[in-house]
Write a protein that binds this ligand. Structure first.
Ligand code: SUG
Length: 444
């Protein structure tokens, strides 16, 4: 049975703004308070999806979430009509309320951890939505994410998120890589954690993924322990701003492309992957030295937050990198060297996702990779499949509903809430999500 890797991108929502909400994410801190451009952001995301579709990949869409998240504001004790809740919440608890406004579900690499059916004991596609428990604004995503994943993949085993407590902190596919010989074959699943869940928190930026969450997900997906690898991210990477492993590492097929400071113990990581891939494939390690690309440049440019894809008909892999990689001398030079050689990464294409990049989300953050058989792909909710037709309809929807600019002063305006809900209500029809998809449609 033919299998392919699809990408499900998070459609950027109408409240996209620069809230400065993510400690340890340097771009989010640096750009806090900038005037955002929601319409441009969403169209940039759609253009990237369209490019992948046009080049022959399977492309899907995950809908934005309801923001403001009124159920959260109600839980904080605000009551009355929607407008009353919103107005009081902004007046009395502006920081809390800002956390209920983020369009952060756009970064669908954090939506879930995904294991294709060929790797799982039950023979089904398994997904565990990430609890994103480290950041308040992201910890509210998982119930709606679970709903979106169940709509998209009605044939899959979608688990509930792990319990949202620090020991089980989980950020999904951003800390997970699947390596394989070819998509249809059994693979090796690599889980990367930043801390042991029961250890005391160390000073510095937060480590958002624990070993305990990784092992729990591997167990509940029914992965083969001999083909599953758990390795630790280096503290140096986290402190340099790699709040997820996918800021310093990306892998596809048999290739792992990463910065030399990404992992705590590089030799151990390689040995474990070699052992797990025995008789399946020979792993290829494409390690980038600190001398060639200082980690600081890797993080500001997001070299490793590129998508590593194989287009139909190509032997090699293509790196879909953000424009910022071309703008940064060390990463541009590295890409030239990389593609001049005869390694597995044979070309680089640059995409413009600058609106998302300013919040620390590159091309790879914006997509959730889901390897599926042709039979599974045929069962995906058609409303969540991107093709020329849905691209046109979604672009038109964005253009009609989204504001051109959104500044911090604009956020407390209740008309932003009403506009967003009207837009999302229409979207449930365009994407075939059902008329009870969002909390506001269920009157809560
Ligand atoms: O969780 N930024 C996101 C970026 C997520 C990137 N994803 C991956 N690396 N896979 C985060 O830190 C910033 C929101 C704000 O500050 O308004 C934010 O949530």
């Amino acid at each position: 049975m033919m299998s392919m890797e699809s990408n499900f991108d998070g459609l950027i929502g109408p409240t996209h703004n620069y809230g400065g909400l993510s400690d340890g994410n340097l771009a989010s801190a640096k750009n806090a308070g900038l005037v955002a451009r929601p319409r441009e952001a969403a169209l940039q995301g759609l253009q990237k999806m369209k490019l992948m579709h046009d080049l022959g990949l399977w492309q899907g869409v995950l809908p934005p979430q309801q923001r403001p998240f009124l159920p959260g504001l109600r839980q904080f004790g605000f009551s009355g009509t929607d407008t009353e809740i919103y107005t009081k919440a902004w007046a009395e608890a502006p920081i809390l309320t800002k956390n209920m406004m983020s369009a952060s579900s756009m970064w669908s690499a954090n939506a879930a951890t995904v294991s294709p059916s060929v790797d799982c004991a039950d023979g089904k596609l398994n997904l565990t939505p990430a609890n994103l428990s480290t950041m308040l604004h992201r910890s509210i995503e998982h119930p709606q994410t679970e709903r979106a994943l169940k709509r998209a993949f009605p044939f899959a085993n979608v688990h509930p998120a792990l319990h949202g407590q620090s020991v089980l902190a989980d950020e999904g596919a951003a800390n997970h890589v699947r390596l394989c010989a070819e998509r249809a074959a059994k693979g090796v699943e690599l889980f990367v954690f930043g801390r042991e869940g029961f250890d005391p928190m160390r000073p510095g930026f937060p480590a958002r993924q624990t070993r305990e969450s990784c092992t729990a997900i591997a167990r509940q997906h029914g992965l083969d322990p001999d083909r599953t690898v758990f390795v630790r991210q280096s503290d140096a990477a986290i402190d340099a701003g790699a709040f997820h492993n996918d800021v310093v590492c990306v892998g596809a097929l048999n290739t792992l492309f990463y910065h030399e400071l990404a992992f705590e113990d590089m030799a151990d990581m390689q040995a474990r992957i070699r052992a797990a891939s025995k008789d399946l494939f020979d792993p290829h390690f494409e390690e980038v030295s600190q001398k060639d690309v200082p980690i600081k440049d890797a993080i500001t440019s997001y070299l490793f937050n590129s998508m590593l894809v194989q287009f139909p008909g190509d032997d090699g892999l293509t790196l879909i990198a953000p424009n910022e990689v071309e703008d940064t001398p060390s990463t541009r030079a590295y890409c030239e060297k990389l593609t001049a050689g005869n390694g597995p990464i044979q070309s680089v294409r640059f995409v413009d996702v600058r609106q998302s990049m300013r919040n620390g989300g590159g091309p790879a953050c914006l997509r959730l990779r889901v390897t599926m058989t042709a039979d599974e792909w045929a069962q995906v909710n058609p409303g969540q499949v991107l093709n020329a037709d849905s691209f046109a309809r979604l672009s038109d929807w964005v253009t009609r509903h989204y504001r051109e600019t959104l500044s911090p002063e604009d956020l407390p305006d209740p008309s932003l809430m009403h506009e967003s809900f009207a837009a999302l209500d229409e979207l449930t029809q365009i994407m075939n999500l059902g008329s009870d998809f969002y909390p506001f449609q269920r009157a809560n």
